[in-house]
Design a protein around this ligand. Structure first.
Ligand SMILES: [Fe+2]
Length: 385
């Protein structure tokens, strides 16, 4: 995220001697993306971040594909994913392609005996139910209902939940997550027409240095495998850091909707983007105010993208009888539109309280075995009058 941030102690000049009270050196680490050519941070550790004591046997968490090719409007009942104590085990990939994996998770317990690092993907963790703290070496971020936690690849983290009742909607992006380019000026600043700005970005706070040696288990994800590593120093041993590469959060409740006299197209809801997909936020807003406007969306053919909607809260204007946590997948290649009756019903309405996350991937998604287990098999008939 292109906002410079710094916490803790750093030397006045980079790559210079920075010493502990006992005269020994802190360990500097450059955390950089796209080689050395994009966002980066400089981190100062109590100990070098390289002290590996043992390696465990890697194991696969690769999604098991049930339906590689399909052309069927599909719905998944997301809250039918079973709660699981452990965070990593609770993550169930449901819709995947080479650009992103979408998972559902209902973890019951905080991470206490291990740390996790996704070294192949940025993670966007949408908090549908629950609250707690994202803990990293960069600092902490408190999270609550409606937050998107954005964790850049390579960030070692733990999630601490306040209660056992948690529902997460997770996107792993194999390219960097960023704000839409059209909302940024040449210097990276979010512009006046952007639906959110830098004040809405929650950055890490409360850096606490864990100057600890011992055995620290870090589960590292790469290429569909989890590699158990035992490091000799606590991964949150940052004395200080500065730069542009760090975890951050944005609340869907801070997304300011763009409205008009006529129905606004989906790009006005865009919140983030990665390579070959966008993430959008549908939030409570005033409806269109032309005297003859039709607030419900028109039928549309997404000719070259799939469309995933994750229903969060409120009455969804285009569809009745959706439930919280439900996912609809409208594949590119066939049209879809409002449910029968919802177009007439929308006329004259002044506002909507709908809340949803939409993802449009430009390459087809595959369904996993976990997805077909929670499928509403008759959804494709839901337009029959
Ligand atoms: Fe749509």
């Amino acid at each position: 995220m292109p906002i410079y941030h710094t916490l803790g102690s750093i030397p006045p000049k980079r790559h210079t001697q920075f010493r502990k009270p006992d005269g020994t050196l802190y360990a500097e680490e450059l955390v950089s993306t796209e080689g050395f050519s994009s966002l980066y941070s400089l981190v100062y550790h109590a100990y070098p971040p390289t002290i590996v004591k043992a390696l465990g046997e890697p194991y696969s968490v690769e999604p098991k594909i049930a339906r590689e090719k399909h052309l069927k409007h599909t719905s998944l009942i997301g809250f039918n994913i079973e709660p699981v104590d452990d965070y990593l085990q609770s993550r169930k990939p449901v819709l995947v392609n080479a650009d992103l994996h979408i998972s559902l998770a209902a973890p019951r317990k905080s991470m206490t005996d291990y740390f996790y690092k996704n070294s192949q993907a940025d993670e966007v963790i949408f908090i549908h139910v629950g609250s707690g703290t994202l803990k990293t070496g960069f600092g902490k971020i408190r999270f609550a209902y409606g937050d998107y936690l954005v964790v850049p690849r390579g960030t070692i983290y733990q999630l601490e939940f306040d209660t056992p009742d948690n529902r997460l909607f997770i996107v792993e992006s194999f390219s960097p997550i960023r704000s839409p380019k059209r909302y940024r000026n040449a210097y990276g600043q979010l512009m006046e027409h952007s639906p959110y700005c830098e004040r809405d970005i929650k950055r890490p706070t409360d850096l606490q240095t864990h100057d600890e040696k011992g055995d620290f288990k870090i589960l590292i994800k790469k290429q569909g495998l989890i590699y158990p590593y035992i490091y000799g120093t606590h991964p949150f041993d940052f004395i200080g850091w500065d730069g542009f590469h760090y975890p951050w959060a944005f609340s869907i409740h801070d997304f300011e909707p763009i409205t008009g006299r006529l129905h606004q197209p989906p790009p006005v809801h865009q919140t983030f983007e990665g390579n070959n997909f966008v993430i959008c936020s549908f939030v409570p807003r005033k409806f269109d105010y032309h005297p003859l406007s039709i607030p419900a969306p028109y039928n549309h053919s997404n000719v070259d993208s799939d469309e995933v909607l994750y229903y969060v809260a409120g009455d969804f204007m285009s569809r009745k009888s959706v439930v919280k946590g439900q996912i609809t997948l409208h594949p590119g290649g066939i049209p879809h539109g409002p449910a029968p009756g919802s177009v007439e019903k929308s006329i004259g309405k002044e506002s909507t309280d709908e809340l949803a996350v939409m993802i449009d991937p430009f390459r087809p998604l595959m369904l996993t075995e976990d997805a077909v287990r929670i499928e509403d098999e008759n959804y494709f008939k839901s337009w029959v009058i």
